[in-house]
Ligand binder design. Structure first.
Ligand SMILES: [Zn+2]
Length: 403
């Protein structure tokens, strides 16, 4: 039976969680006899997880993305030989397949909010609709923007990316989706594109100081670093999202915090790209955790955070790991305008996961049951996987042709 909408009761036996519309209305109240009740006896109830920086466009990567040739020796070569080839090769069907697979697996892993950064330079106009449609269909919160860049087609390309953000933000409001401004990174955009991004008046989502090359580039342009450049040119309004910050100093991290910016740590990706460990981030009160395109199971990312912090000789306390989780919830609350909290309580948004041990049994987003007994209620996982398996080799072939 598919349960939807208002007046849902999660019966945990000793305790009942009641949901009214998109909000948790009470904890501990008995369900009325006529109510719609979801059996959660023996299950642990908790909030949905937040992935604060990711890329839906890389959703097909786990299906056999060929290794870059020749093997990259630097972060820039990883971008040039892998991700900038993959993003250029995306068309509408492959992007749809990527987004649906990524979102479906996120929900099935208990992650209910994705903060996405999108790029598909050969399919810019309308690309954000493809992502939004997938999120709306499957029932997952998504904040997304097109990561404008000048790297392929100069400032005209940058403007097209920003126009896509503007168009998307002005169109009809969506239940599960919020718009962001986005730039790829300081080192791939000229001042003109950064200033146009500032004019959008939306929170910005941008990679900053992921690798030392971004810092070197900003210095060559006459700034102390990429953070200072983006702040000076007005592109980082309060509430903006700065991904990585691996090469920020303690003073720069404090300045980001003072400017009301969110930092997002991506330990698995930083280790994979060998860009370093983001050790200065603890100087901010606003830090969240992201997977940077890796699948959105946040339990794996939290384990990676502990592992990488230890490897860097900078082991994080349980309190700091918990602060990263709280940071994600606070960031998501600011973007979606609802209370997404790390503990379920009356008044908070009804984004709830029911677990049996490590297994996700039920998932509720905005009061709606989107996973029931481990199965999507609004999509067919087998069909999504079949479409992804069909699109992935086409995408690898186009990447080869672009090499
Ligand atoms: Zn990223």
């Amino acid at each position: 039976m598919a349960l939807t909408g208002a007046g849902l009761f999660l019966d945990g036996g000793a305790e009942v969680l009641s949901i009214d519309g998109g909000t948790v209305s009470a904890v501990g109240q008995a369900a009325p006899a006529s109510a719609r009740v979801l059996d959660c006896r023996g299950l642990a109830l908790g909030p949905g997880a937040i992935n604060a920086h990711t890329h839906l466009y890389s959703g097909l990567a786990p299906l056999g993305l060929p290794p870059p040739e020749p093997p990259p020796q630097s972060f820039l070569q990883i971008l040039e030989r892998l991700w900038w080839r993959l993003d250029c090769a995306l068309d509408e069907p492959s992007l749809r397949a990527s987004a649906e697979l990524y979102i479906a697996e996120a929900l099935l892993a208990g992650t209910t909010t994705l903060i996405d950064h999108h790029e598909s330079p050969c399919f810019i106009e309308g690309s954000l609709d493809v992502l939004a449609d997938a999120a709306e269909r499957l029932g997952c919160r998504l904040a997304t923007g097109y990561g404008a860049t000048d790297r392929n087609g100069g400032p005209d390309e940058g403007l097209r990316g920003l126009d896509e953000c503007r168009r998307f933000a002005r169109e009809r409001p969506r239940r599960f989706v919020r718009p962001l401004a986005a730039l790829h990174a300081s080192f791939t955009v000229g001042d003109e594109t950064v200033r146009h991004a500032a004019d959008l008046g939306l929170p910005m989502h941008v990679h900053v100081a992921e690798d030392a090359a971004d810092v070197t580039d900003a210095k060559q342009r006459g700034f102390a670093g990429p953070l200072e450049r983006l702040l000076t040119l007005g592109a980082l309004p309060r509430g903006s999202i700065v991904a990585h910050g691996v090469h920020l100093t303690l003073a720069q991290v404090r300045a980001a915090d003072d400017s009301g910016l969110w930092l997002v740590q991506n330990p698995r990706s930083n280790a994979g790209n060998r860009v370093g460990y983001a050790r200065a981030l603890d100087a901010s009160t606003r830090v969240a955790l992201g997977t940077d395109g890796y699948p959105a199971d946040m339990r794996i990312e939290r384990a990676a955070l502990r592992e990488e912090s230890e490897r860097a000789g900078h082991p994080l306390s349980d309190d700091t790991v918990a602060a990263r989780v709280r940071g994600g919830h606070a960031l998501a609350s600011s973007l979606f305008g609802v209370r997404l909290e790390p503990e379920l309580a009356p008044g908070c948004a009804a984004d709830v996961v029911a677990w049996r041990g490590d297994a996700v049994i039920h998932v509720i987003v905005d009061g709606e049951l989107v996973v029931e007994n481990g199965r999507l209620t609004r999509g067919d996982l087998d069909a999504i996987r079949a479409h992804a398996r069909e699109q992935a080799p086409r995408l690898w072939q186009r990447m080869k042709e672009l090499a």
